[in-house]
Design a binder for this molecule. Structure first.
Ligand code: ADP
Length: 250
């Protein structure tokens, strides 16, 4: 290989690394902003609902506007996170031994406030307690974040989300179930396509990018696994991830 070509390749690898670092930085900032903002949103909702004492009409109108603005900001942040993640599946994969159950429990804590503000319960069911998988922890985190986020987003107030983990000698299985709006049969085929949103989601929930499931599928494929779902409109949805305990790709 000529020296010039080698230099060019090194330069390209350096640029890619810088891009990945920038993207990870943006993602970290967006995640860190989301938690306190969700706290503010929840507090304003409690004020609007009268949980912290009665407000007069004028006060309630002002606080409601604040609550709506905070909701828009949380949505915008989520879109920023997703747009940023939608390229992350193509970044380098760093595999390491990862304890599965603590990872799942940790991801869930990020969503407890958001779920509580919508009166939705999130429950984990682990069939084992000490499962280790050889995988890229941050990529798997992105997938689970997207599925749980969707579960909350597409489940009406008072609903339930259950994250169940199990494994056999060579694979782990994670399911994320909700009893939300479900996915119409006619949309099943396209659900993992880039930018696709089902008709019932678009009409009920204006915000969304259609990037979350596309990204999730790409990552799971890269990790050597599969992601499938069953869903009935109005009844809820179950996403199932199957991953080899030892991922093949690096
Ligand atoms: P979005 O930003 O629109 O949520 P996703 O790629 O994450 O994008 O999901 C694509 C579409 O799949 C959503 O717009 C929605 O129609 C549907 N969907 C995903 N998860 C669920 C779910 N848990 N319940 C119902 N519909 C879902």
């Amino acid at each position: 290989m000529s020296e010039e070509l080698q230099n060019l390749q090194q330069e390209l690898a350096k640029c890619q690394k810088e891009n990945e670092q920038k993207s990870e930085f943006l993602s970290m900032i967006a995640h860190q902003l989301r938690t306190p903002l969700t706290g503010i949103k929840w507090t304003l909702k409690m004020l609007v609902d009268g949980d912290l004492g009665n407000l007069n009409e004028e006060q309630r109108t002002i606080v409601r506007k604040g609550h709506e603005s905070s909701e828009q900001l949380v949505e915008l942040l989520q879109e920023l996170i997703l747009a940023n993640q939608s390229e992350a599946w193509d970044f380098q994969y760093t595999l390491a031994q990862t304890p599965l159950e603590p990872l799942v429990d940790d991801i869930i804590t990020e969503f407890l406030l958001e779920a509580r503000s919508r009166n939705i319960t999130i429950k984990t069911e682990h069939e084992n307690e000490d499962t280790n998988i050889h995988t890229d922890q941050s990529k798997l985190r992105i997938v689970l974040q997207n599925l749980i986020e969707n579960g909350i987003k597409y489940t009406p107030e008072g609903g339930n989300i259950i994250i169940h983990t199990s494994n056999d000698s060579s694979h782990i299985i994670i399911t994320v179930s909700d009893n939300g709006i479900g996915i119409p049969n006619t949309d099943h085929e396209q659900i993992f396509s880039k930018f696709f949103r089902a008709s019932n989601a678009e009409s009920r929930h204006a915000h969304g990018t259609g990037l979350g499931l596309f990204t999730a599928k790409k990552i799971i494929q890269k990790l050597g696994g599969t992601i499938t779902f069953t869903s009935k409109e109005g009844d809820g949805t179950v996403f199932t991830i199957t991953l080899p305990k030892k991922s093949l790709h690096e």
